[in-house]
Design a protein around this ligand. Sequence first.
Ligand code: SF4
Ligand code: SF4
Length: 272
Amino acid sequence: MKEIYEKLNKDPERRGELGPESRFKFNCHKGISCFNKCCGELEIFLSPYDIIRLKRRFGKTSGEFLVEYTDMVVTDKNKLPFIKLRMAEGKQCKFVTKEGCSIYEDRPLACRYYPLGFAIGKRTMTEGEDFYFLIEESFCKGFKEDKEWVVKEWRQNEGIVKYEEMNTDWIEVILNKKLLGKGLVPDEKTINMFILGAYDIDAFRVFVQESAFLKVFDVEEEMLQIISESEEELMKFAHRWLRYALFREPTMFLKKAPPTAPEKDRGCDTCK
Ligand code: SF4
Ligand code: SF4
């Protein structure tokens, strides 16, 4: 990890940094010799909005989708679990067909970005600006094509803008400095809370409706109406709750002041 940050801290030209107005040559189409080669031997991490789009596509609850289609990844470095798409045997993506991606309209954000990578610098150890870069895999012939893109047009064309708008509070959760540093050592309760607020939207809905949540948190009637009508808004609300519950950020308000929680107590015991 340290080496990656050192590379990212080199001057922008040497690290191939692209901005929204930068241009790159690329074209991906069914007739290209490498068609579908990029859909195997890869790890696709899912954002909460990816999960919502995909569980709807398959007519599943979020819990059912997570069990059937994903694996949970926990390492010493990331502290809290991330979700990745479970690959078929042979490490091919389960959704690739001879015709291409069978879930194209709901493909994950990572697939939409490719061949661009996105580095969020402001809240990480690099403390720089966000930037894009090209992921040039040797098997990908798309770079040899003549079609030219501007980064911001690629983002529009691939539907990335909508996904990023949905992930705004999520980014604030996963890039919180307390997670990157030593400020948070999650116990089992914290991990379960994270899974509930981050990935299991249907269980989170039940949690809001059936636990003491609404007795504890001051949620305006208008907001209750919004989150009852829109799963996307419920997801954003869940992320704001995570920011409060994990980091004590002022993203939620209590109905009455609780006893001051000791610094080390990071759980959200108030809603049991
Ligand atoms: S390898 Fe590159 S050009 Fe080939 S199908 Fe995948 S993205 Fe398209
Ligand atoms: S989800 Fe679609 S685009 Fe992404 S790896 Fe699978 S088949 Fe390819």
